[in-house]
Unconditional design. Structure first.
Length: 566
């Protein structure tokens, strides 16, 4: 009945300014089905239902200044690796809205971001099973050119159980952004562009703890500045958070802060980027008792390159540490000009990237055990210890040899502190060195072939700073050691493609577990419809996007997916 009432409310709202059939409907459908088998060699299990299903359907309607939308979701049950908070079938999103050149109002579910997201970012990433949308009202005002005001008030989506389940806390906030060049007409044609902004976000959650006095209202506030001058860019944002004892920080009363700085330069054939981030105690949730991905109000951007090759991206990735980190990233992309000895006929592109993250330097509060402040330590932005969390040095060379043939050679050196950003049960620092060769060729009949050859060598540094290979049985390693991957992907025409991939755990210290992971895929595309069928083994690993990760268990079976847009 609630679903029918919500649908009826949207239809009535949309017809208030005209006939429903005069508007425009758009949307998309996505369905993923898995049939899984048990495979003891790789640790894959078969669920009791054997079959798993995730399905979504978005329907959007616009008519003049009015708009609305619905999303139906179905998890019968959810596919492997998705959070346990997804189950059942029902309405997962609904909203109505109205907008003109001055005001834009949305009632119901909405996504929003203030600045870079340090104070507020409500978004969905379906591949991660992440959705922290707000349910309430959002108002956006543009009272004058170059001036944007936003206000939000609502509850966060915590789970989906045949419908939206909300967090126990309430989120409310405001944001202002000024484009100085648009605001002052004399500056509109100047090469220097200046944008300033500020955000204020607070949450309310009742104090129901019998042992602690917990703040019911917690605020985050800060400002940002963006500068653009010809090929140069510089932007930064800083926010502070009030006392927010929570499950994440073991209920201490330290305040929090986060700052992000990005500087870059680009011209023909050259791009340079440098970024820095300092975070301390910035886990900001609408429910202080939640962990993992649940009801995060803000977003702390990752300060490392997003990798796409499967061994590098999913075996030992780094997840952003909201409790604290000092991180840096630098990248240079240079294209050797065409017609030179190294550039050749088509030019050669070299990409060098490095990123690192360290534990913040903190001065312990000597009187913590006896005073009543609950403040455990003191620290400052970019105060950095020598405790390494993450190191990633990578480089790639991309070259087009002929009109039809190209190649990319890449190298990755990664060190992960598994005591902090744990991806396995093995303690200590995990060091991996990976080489990837990607080849691509286009045939005269417009078909194409792409191949990837990947190899990763892994070892561990123990508590005594001794380097211990994973593939040595005496190390009592619980990880899987060295890996290799071969991928062949053939695009037959604009409609059909096939691929075959095999990942081989050739360096496992237990020779009986040196398993192959073959995986076959067939895809068909026609217009706005895409159908994919895959079968084979998939190893366990982490799936990460932008510093947010979820664990995907090992599996053996069939996956079918269908997507369609209308």
């Amino acid at each position: 009945m609630k679903k029918l009432l919500a649908s009826g409310f949207i239809v009535l709202a949309l017809t208030a300014n005209g006939q429903l059939d005069r508007g425009n409907f758009t949307g998309n459908i996505e369905s993923i089905f898995q049939y899984l088998n048990e495979d003891s060699l790789i640790g894959a299990t078969q669920p009791a239902s054997k079959g798993l299903l995730n399905s979504y359907m978005n329907v959007y309607y616009t008519h003049g200044n009015f708009r609305g939308g619905l999303r139906f979701e179905s998890y019968l049950p959810r596919i492997q690796g998705y959070p346990t908070a997804f189950e059942g079938t029902g309405l997962g999103m609904r909203y109505v809205g109205y907008g003109n050149s001055f005001i834009d109002v949305t009632a119901g579910n909405f996504y929003e971001q203030f600045g870079s997201g340090l104070a507020l970012r409500a978004y969905e990433d379906r591949a991660l099973g992440y959705d922290n949308m707000l349910d309430g009202i959002r108002v956006k005002l543009t009272p004058y050119r170059g001036v944007t005001l936003k206000g939000v008030y609502g509850l966060q989506r915590l789970a989906f159980r045949s419908g939206i389940a909300h967090s126990s806390g309430t989120v409310r906030g405001g944001d202002m952004e000024l484009n100085i060049n648009q605001l002052f007409q004399k500056l509109q044609d100047k090469p220097l562009e200046v944008v300033v902004g500020g955000s204020f976000v607070s949450k309310f959650q009742e104090d129901n703890d019998e042992t602690l006095i917990l703040p019911q209202n917690v605020a985050t506030y800060g400002g940002r500045l963006g500068l653009r001058y010809k090929g140069f860019t510089l932007d930064g944002e800083y926010v502070e958070k009030g006392q927010d004892p929570s499950q994440d920080n073991a209920y201490i009363y330290n305040k929090g802060f986060a700052t992000v700085i990005n500087a870059g330069y680009s011209t023909k054939g050259l791009g340079v980027l440098f970024s820095a981030k300092s975070v301390d105690n910035m886990s900001f949730r609408s429910d202080r008792t939640k962990v993992m991905q649940d009801v995060l109000i803000n977003y702390l951007p990752a300060m490392n390159r997003t990798h796409t090759y499967n061994l590098v991206s999913s075996l030992y990735p780094y997840a952003t540490q909201p409790t604290g980190e000092v991180a840096f990233q630098g990248e240079v992309v240079y294209t050797i000009p065409k017609g030179t000895a190294l550039g050749g006929k088509y030019g050669t592109t070299i990409n060098v990237n490095a990123s690192t993250a360290f534990r913040p330097k903190r001065t312990p509060n000597a009187t913590y055990d006896t005073d009543s402040t609950g403040i455990l330590y003191s620290t400052k932005p970019f105060a950095m210890s020598d405790s390494l969390y993450w190191l990633d040095i990578n480089a790639s060379i991309s070259k087009k040899f002929t009109k039809n043939f190209n190649a990319i050679l890449s190298y990755y050196h990664i060190v992960l502190n598994n005591n902090i950003a744990a991806v396995t049960k093995q303690p200590g620092d995990i060091t991996s060195n990976t080489v990837v060769l990607e080849l691509g060729y286009k045939f005269k009949n417009r078909s194409s072939l792409r191949a990837e050859f990947q190899v990763m060598f892994v070892n561990r540094i123990d508590s005594l700073n001794n380097r211990v290979p994973f593939n040595t049985a005496g190390s009592r390693a619980t990880d899987n050691g060295d890996w290799g991957t071969v991928l062949l992907e053939y695009t037959i025409n604009s409609n059909w493609m096939i691929s075959v991939m095999d990942q081989y755990n050739f360096g496992n210290y237990d020779k009986k577990k040196r398993a192959h992971h073959p995986y076959f895929t067939v895809g068909y595309v026609k217009g706005a419809t895409r159908i994919m069928a895959s079968y084979g083994r998939q190893r366990a690993g982490m799936f990460c996007v932008g510093g947010v990760c979820r664990f995907v268990p090992a599996s053996n079976g069939l996956t079918l997916s269908v997507t369609h847009s209308f």
